[in-house]
Design a protein around this ligand. Structure first.
Ligand code: ATP
Length: 399
């Protein structure tokens, strides 16, 4: 071993495995209060997953999270990381191994971005070269120019500061991250971008993450699993976003999830997940009679003209197909992609004021037809369906 006990085999980051987290019968009663903030909470978070704690104000989300890095101590119960009790750990040492990102990120205003990111690696005694390589790596990971390293927090936008906060939490490559409303103070547009970026990042780093929010839409988007808490830290439901939307455990969860849960389900599915209609494709030069037959047999009543590569060109009505052979034609089409999430695809159809969208694959070739009718049938079916058919918490980075 060298003088640097933490040096990984290669590269500046440690690439540690994600940790499992388990809360066992946690109770927390603050001094001088009549009721416990958390009465008896048990929860397991599998390694590499994002567990979102969500619930109304005062239900104990922040308390639950702060118990994990021993910023506060439980009245009773135990918390285990990778099967080992955190009560046996020195709190300061434990905290260095747990990334922590909060709403008011608390960057040090008189330190540069680089120094802010480097706080924990320096505490861990990394040498200068390794620290600066890690800072560079993280800036790249969070999408900030290397030149930003020399700036001060006051010279950054809110969204950039938030990214630096996330980078700082990730600096020592912790196996577990705690994020308390990390995007809470950001305007809705930047917030959505940060959420997407973070999901993409998580696709690469696969940390175990406890994420607190009071926003159910954010919970559905970010969570592999969602823990819905009610007052006293009572776990009303612990489930995947799809399960939560399809089968809320009780009225409290149903109310919390919201009346538009059918629409929210659309955010969990991609166009490729549902049964598309066959596209009645025809090409220039095809016999007119055959093309008219195809159009008549399709529920759309039109044929779809495609080019030699199978890319969509135009819808053709019976009138357009009146000739002996299919003629070149130009028209307006609304296309969606197989990888689009259903919510966005529906928005495209509504915006295009069309009932049908041509679905294309990655190469722009026709893969089928998506109709508003199919989407609404899908929603009804799903509403009546069992949660066994719930989709896996698929990669949501593209949302
Ligand atoms: N230091 C404290 N001393 C006494 N009571 C506290 C303390 N911190 C939190 N509480 C109480 O514990 C309960 C849970 O608070 P907590 O902050 O964990 O809830 P929360 O779900 O994170 O709320 P919010 O969404 O408003 O942040 C509340 O009733 C709160 O008033």
């Amino acid at each position: 071993m060298t003088s640097e006990p933490h040096r990984p085999p290669e590269g500046p980051s440690a690439h540690r495995e994600a940790a499992t987290l388990e809360l066992r019968h946690i109770r927390k009663q603050y001094a001088g209060t009549a009721e416990p903030a958390i009465d008896d909470l048990s929860l397991e978070v599998p390694a590499g997953e994002i567990c979102v704690l969500v619930g109304p104000s005062g239900c104990g989300k922040t308390t639950a999270m702060r118990l994990v890095n021993r910023m506060i101590e439980p009245t009773s119960g135990d918390i285990l990381i990778d099967g080992a009790s955190i009560m046996d750990r020195h709190p300061a040492e434990l905290r260095r191994e747990i990334g922590y990102a909060i709403q008011q990120i608390g960057l040090f205003p008189h330190q540069t971005v680089a120094d802010n990111i480097a706080v924990v690696p320096k505490l861990l005694g990394w040498d200068r070269r390794r620290v600066s390589a890690r800072v560079e790596e993280l800036l790249d990971l969070i999408g900030l120019e290397p030149a930003m390293a020399a700036r001060y927090p006051g010279q950054l936008s809110g969204g950039q500061r938030q990214r630096v906060g996330v980078a700082r939490a990730l600096a020592a490559d912790p196996p577990l991250m705690l994020m308390d409303e990390p995007f809470g103070a950001i305007d809705p547009i930047s917030r959505e971008r940060l959420q997407n970026e973070f999901l993409r990042l998580q696709g690469e780093i696969r940390k175990t993450i406890v994420f607190v929010t009071h926003d159910i839409d954010e919970a559905i988007k970010m969570g592999d699993r969602i823990a819905v808490l009610r007052k006293g830290g009572v776990l009303a439901q612990y489930a995947t976003p799809a399960e939560l939307l399809m089968a809320p455990a009780d009225e409290f969860v149903e109310d919390f999830v919201g009346a538009d849960r059918a629409l929210k389900r659309l955010a969990l599915q991609r166009v490729r997940d549902i049964d598309l209609w066959d596209a009645p494709t025809v090409r220039v030069g095809d016999p007119g009679a055959q093309a008219r037959e195809r159009a008549a047999a399709s529920p759309i009543g039109h044929a779809l003209l495609v080019d030699d590569d199978g890319r969509p060109v135009s819808w053709l009505s019976a009138t357009d197909l009146a000739a002996d052979t299919v003629r070149p034609h130009e028209g307006r089409l609304t296309t969606v992609e197989l990888d689009d999430i259903l919510r966005d695809a529906l928005a495209d159809l509504l915006q295009g004021q069309v009932m049908y969208g041509v679905v294309t694959d990655g190469g722009g070739r026709v893969a089928g037809v998506l109709s508003v009718e199919v989407i609404s049938g899908f929603l009804t079916e799903q509403g009546a369906g069992s949660i066994d058919e719930a989709p896996a918490p698929a990669d949501r980075a593209a949302q």
